[in-house]
Design a protein around this ligand. Structure first.
Ligand code: ACO
Length: 435
């Protein structure tokens, strides 16, 4: 819970004696917030903040971002340390339970997640209902939404034990559902999860293995996949997480809420950006065409954006992008890819953008998606799977934030207000009299 208000802010309506004195709530780190809950009662007004750029919608202890400094902490731990020293399941435990696990806790958590990786055999038939060329995000949204029909026993949001089981089910089953969405699109048999493999290894296995021959997971790729999952695990109150919280505030079951999060993540301004980056790099095609492309990005009439650049919160280098760039070089080196034209274009694009006044003055830096697509392409994943992989990783963030919201005693149904600018009240003219 937040500390009690130490300060207040008083707002006075010009030319009147009406004012509101509002408490200021300090956080552990970062800016304090003004508690405006009494504003309407005292002043008869709401606040206006399209895109919620200046609005704290909840209290949270999970993730802290300092966008100006390029800092990302999960439960206080810097993302760089988590990505270097921990596995994805350690980070998942941290997000869900608040602490990094002890060895015994880790083993128990990994065992639980591993044992929940299979999906209901009947749910498997859902895949057959989709067209083969369906986007994996469409399949993911549908199948995850359908989970509530298969696991109604863990849909009681008021029972802490059931909440925990649904969290485990989601974290464990998302890789299976995502991998099967891919297998379905290429017409290959679904590979059942293997309990002897780690989380990232098993995901790679289900994506790439075929029943006709043994498949050995490359440890460098498994580590890179694990790191990509860590880097995408949570990111505070972004659009998809806010969607999950908003859906969850109605008491909707966690599977429905996460399906809503997946649908939101799909947008190109959010999780769809890594797919968009690769398309953009392919369209540019060669390093000598970069100046023309940059000119188009700077032209206000073109509507072209440099995908993988810019962030609502980071006005400095996204700390995840640095780790992603390093991982990209490691993966390409391990795979013996000495000449990757897309990487060359990306590096040159980054170099030019970081020295260009347009990007400098707007504080536009590479975000997490700028390099992730190149790694995933090198791993053999089709671009349409990139956002699905992001959804696999973010599931733990969504469900941790959802759990935190349900357990918050001040939680209410999410219901923003508006400033109405439509027609004033008027009377209906009968159709026969309307000209
Ligand atoms: N390329 C070119 N110009 C840009 C870009 C970009 N990628 N991003 C922002 N700008 C410009 C805008 O045109 C605007 O310029 P102006 O002030 O002259 O009008 C200024 O920078 C501010 O941009 P906003 O759109 O107000 O910034 P906002 O915070 O709303 O947008 C966003 C953030 C959506 C991420 C934006 O930077 C963008 O579209 N980036 C490309 C898509 C992308 O990479 N998304 C991934 C985000 S990370 C994630 O979801 C994991």
């Amino acid at each position: 819970m937040s500390k009690p208000a130490a300060q207040t802010v008083t707002i006075t309506l010009d030319g009147t004696d009406r004012s509101a004195t509002l408490p200021v709530i300090p956080g552990t780190l970062g800016p304090s917030v003004i508690d405006i809950r009494r504003l309407y009662q005292d002043l008869g007004m709401f606040t206006y903040d399209p895109g919620y750029g200046a609005t704290a919608a909840c209290e949270s202890t999970i993730t802290y971002i300092d966008g100006d400094q390029g800092i990302l902490l999960h439960r206080g731990y810097p993302i760089e340390q988590l990505a270097e020293q921990c596995t994805f399941l350690e980070v998942a435990h941290l997000l869900l339970y608040g602490e990094l696990p002890t060895k015994a806790q880790y083993e128990a958590f990994a065992r639980t997640i591993t044992r929940h990786t299979m999906i209901h055999e009947q749910l498997r038939r859902f895949f057959d209902g989709f067209r083969r060329d369906a986007h994996p995000m469409a399949v993911l949204t549908g199948v995850v939404g359908a989970m509530s029909a298969f696991y109604p026993d863990s849909s009681d949001v008021n029972d802490p034990h059931q909440r925990e089981i649904s969290a485990h089910r989601l974290i464990a089953k998302l890789p299976t559902i995502a991998a099967w969405a891919y297998k379905y699109s290429v017409g290959q048999p679904f590979m059942y999860p293997r309990n002897d493999l780690g989380y990232a290894e098993n995901f790679l296995y289900m994506l790439n293995a075929v029943p006709t021959e043994p498949y050995v997971v490359n440890p460098v790729l498994a580590r890179a996949m694990d790191r990509i999952l860590i880097l995408h695990a949570d990111h505070e109150q972004n659009a998809s997480t806010s969607t999950v919280r908003l859906a969850g505030s109605t008491g909707a079951n966690p599977f429905a809420c996460v399906a809503a999060g997946i649908a939101t993540l799909w947008g190109p301004a959010h999780g769809g950006a890594n797919e968009a980056v690769l398309k953009m790099l392919a369209e540019i095609g060669s390093v000598d065409r970069i100046p023309d492309f940059i000119a188009k990005v700077k032209d206000k009439n073109s509507n072209v954006r440099l995908m993988g650049f810019g962030h609502r919160v980071y006005k400095n280098y996204d700390p995840r992008a640095k780790i992603m760039a390093r991982t990209c070089h490691e993966v390409l080196a391990d795979l013996g890819i000495e000449h990757e034209p897309l990487l060359e274009i990306a590096m040159e694009l980054e170099r030019i953008a970081l020295s260009d006044e347009y990007f400098i003055s707007r504080k536009l830096y590479p975000n997490v998606d700028f390099y992730s697509g190149i790694i995933l392409k090198a791993m053999g994943l089709p671009t349409s799977m990139f956002t699905a992989l992001f959804a696999v990783a973010r599931t733990v963030g969504w469900i941790s934030q959802w759990k935190e919201m349900i357990e918050d005693p001040s939680q209410r149904i999410g219901r923003p207000r508006q400033v109405y600018t439509g027609a004033g009240q008027r009377d209906v003219v009968p159709l026969s009299e309307r000209g």
